[in-house]
Every structure is written in structure tokens, then in C-alpha cells.
Design a protein around this ligand. Sequence first.
Ligand SMILES: [Zn+2]
Length: 141
Amino acid sequence: MTVLIASDQIEAIKTHATSTYPEECCGFLLGVDSALRTIHRTISASNANAESRRNRYNIDPMDFIRADEEARKTNLNIVGIYHSHPDAPARPSQFDLEHAWPWYTYIVLSVQNGVPKDVSAWVLSEDRSNFRQDDLRISGA
Ligand SMILES: [Zn+2]
């Protein structure tokens, strides 16, 4: 799938990821689906993982409810989740695979030594055995 996101939303993800480094940040991708999936907005969430926030994240179900309400107000849907990988590559981990939901776009941002680097987008395969990489396109502001 092709995923379109505005550069200012990518910047918002980078700012969030820098602020939580060396722990992972996470948040929601709000948008609409047509021929492509367009992400119009991001909403940050707290990393609710209690054991290992440097390489794992969990999102509080209450944050999901709040983000969903926020999305509906502007006729958007939650179409995915973003999170960062401090000092790790911009590809989903085994933990991410085990906790992923179908249909969602997962944007992963690598942060190396506190500096945002590569960003990529992924979707769970039909049989849930792995991720397929999406075609992530960043549009100008
Ligand atoms: Zn991850």
C-alpha cells in the first residue's frame, strides 16, 4: 500500500522521538483511506510498557479511546501507530510482530544517538507471520 504523510507530521514524530530518547515513543496516525492511505494528523501517546521502554512500547487502551474520539471529531480514522527505535533499525521487532494488529500502518523511526534517522512504514501480512513494507511518501508542507 502507498502511504502519504505530510512532512510536518513526520517532523512531529521526530520531535516526539527525540524527547523520549533513549526510550521508545509511540502515538497514533489519523487519516483516511482512498486509493492511497493519507495520514493527516498524529497524536502522541505515553509508552505504557512497564518493563523495557528502551526497546518496547505499549499503548494504554484509554489513549486509544481518546484518540479515536479525537479522530471522529474531524472525520478521520485511526489508520495506524507510530513508534521509535532508539539505537535500532527502522524495521519492526519480533515484539512488534507479536503485538501488531491487521490493517494498521506501522511507522517506525530509527533514532541513533538521539538523532532521528530512517523512517519506514509497515503492514502486517494476511497470515500475520511477518510485516510487509509499505511505500511511504512524504509530501512537502
Ligand atoms: Zn518496535
